[in-house]
Design a protein around this ligand. Structure first.
Ligand code: NAD
Ligand code: MG
Length: 403
């Protein structure tokens, strides 16, 4: 468990690990049909000691049926009751339980035989299942950053109490985690969180006024789900990642510096008090952080492109433009205000991005919506899960009434 793990880390001889040993690794996935979910299943396909015991998705029942036929989990879940009915019929020849809704998602998350839950679901909807899994003693391979952004103050201590590991899947956080191996937490000077700068790097506000949805969906380096791709274009993603890093690595925001590395070769770095900077480099491929989280502390062979240092002539670094891309600025402000403010940032962003994805608002309106929601919010200190979800609802209702 990373939050208190640095104490454990020293005690356990440099292994951020809860000491569980596995022969066969039983894996549950929430969000199995998305970008992270399908890449997790590619890892499972290549590693015969992974058993997929539970799968869930929102509404892509065609794909989850195929996944169920290939991986033969005990249980699958979808969001709506109607889709669950259809899936049940489609899988009638197989011995697989079909569940639905939040109760179903929670059943998948805490499924009795799983060792680890991959949270590949998008958005704050991941909060309750992640908490349920931690309480049930499951390790978490965490991709679903929105959960940590809004409920990190609950999740990290809970993981500590329950003795489970929270293993980062986000590429930057995995890179930081890898760069921390063999070092002491007290020796960290700062975290250098890299950003690609997204499709609009180098552009000004005037340019951003007229960008279209398809422009914003063209990420230069990564192929990801639609929501995170838009978050990368606004740099809200990097803002959420600063908050995610704060919780995962227990480092204050003033010691988390974002640097733009347009090629996405350096996935992030840690600077230590003696000036040494340790980085993890590689081609942009999410399968590496997913696999590292699943098999930590072991490394396995992973097929794919390698960096070619004969062809690589330079690795560029730039300063982020926080005046044009306000996502980062909002995040530092949300951390400073604390309490429920990161929830407001996240919820306003989720709603604004969904409006942008359905072409109901323009690109710069995303910033305007977040700004307005943060300005009118009165911070609730130390919010519990109900207050977090109530705050999300208030933000959603407000945006629906205004845009
Ligand atoms: P995606 O949109 O490709 O997939 C999302 C998954 O969540 C799908 O399987 C979808 O069916 C499922 N889902 C949505 N609503 C659901 C519901 N109500 N109930 C059950 N399942 C539901 O998203 P993604 O790009 O894979 O991102 C997933 C998470 O990982 C996000 O939090 C994202 O920020 C994070 N992440 C993604 C990447 C990446 O490369 N894609 C990198 C770093 C972090
Ligand atoms: Mg990332």
């Amino acid at each position: 468990m990373l939050y208190i793990s640095f104490k454990q880390y020293i005690q356990h001889g440099g292994c951020l690990h809860n000491g569980k040993g596995y022969d066969m690794k039983n894996v549950a996935i929430i969000g199995s049909t998305g970008s992270i979910g399908t890449q997790t299943l590619e890892i499972a396909r290549a590693n015969k000691d992974i058993n997929i015991c539970a799968l869930s998705c929102g509404s892509n029942i065609e794909l989850i049926e195929k996944q169920a036929r290939e991986f033969k989990p005990d249980i699958v879940g979808v969001w709506s009751r109607e889709d669950a009915g259809r899936l049940k019929l489609a899988l009638a020849d197989m011995d697989i339980t079909v569940v639905w809704g939040m109760d179903g998602l929670i059943q998948i998350a805490e499924y009795k035989t799983s060792d680890i839950l991959v949270t590949a679901i998008v958005g704050m909807i991941g909060i309750r299942p992640t908490i349920a899994a931690i309480k049930a003693g499951k390790d978490i391979a965490l991709a679903n950053k929105e959960t940590l952004v809004t409920a990190g103050h609950i999740i990290m201590p809970l993981a500590g109490e329950c003795g489970v590991s929270i293993l980062p899947v986000d590429s930057e956080h995995s890179a930081i985690f890898q760069s921390l191996q063999g070092n002491k937490h007290g020796d960290i000077a700062k975290i250098l969180l890299t950003a690609s700068g997204g499709p609009f790097r180098g552009k000004d506000r005037e340019f951003l006024k007229n960008v279209t949805l398809s422009d914003a969906l063209k990420h230069p380096n990564w192929s990801m789900g639609r929501k995170i791709t838009i978050d990368s274009a606004t740099m809200v993603n990097k803002g959420l990642e600063v908050i995610e890093a704060k919780w995962l690595f227990h480092v204050p925001p003033e010691n988390i510096q974002v640097v733009v590395q347009p090629q996405s070769i350096i996935h992030s770095m840690v600077e230590y008090k003696d000036g040494a900077v340790i980085a993890q480099l590689g081609t942009p491929d999410m399968k590496l952080p997913i696999q590292y989280a699943l098999f930590y502390p072991d490394r396995r062979y992973l097929a794919g492109d390698r960096l070619d240092f004969e062809k690589l002539t330079s690795i560029a670094i730039e300063k982020p433009d926080m005046d044009t891309f306000l996502g980062l600025r909002f995040a530092y402000e949300a951390i400073e205000k604390g309490g429920s403010m990161p929830t407001v940032l996240n919820a306003a962003n989720e709603k604004a991005v969904s409006l942008f994805l359905s072409e109901k608002i323009r690109f710069l309106d995303i910033y305007e919506i977040i700004r307005e929601c943060m300005d009118r919010h009165r911070v609730i200190e130390n919010p519990d899960i109900d207050s977090i979800l109530e705050t999300e609802k208030c933000v959603y209702d407000y945006i629906e009434s205004r845009w």
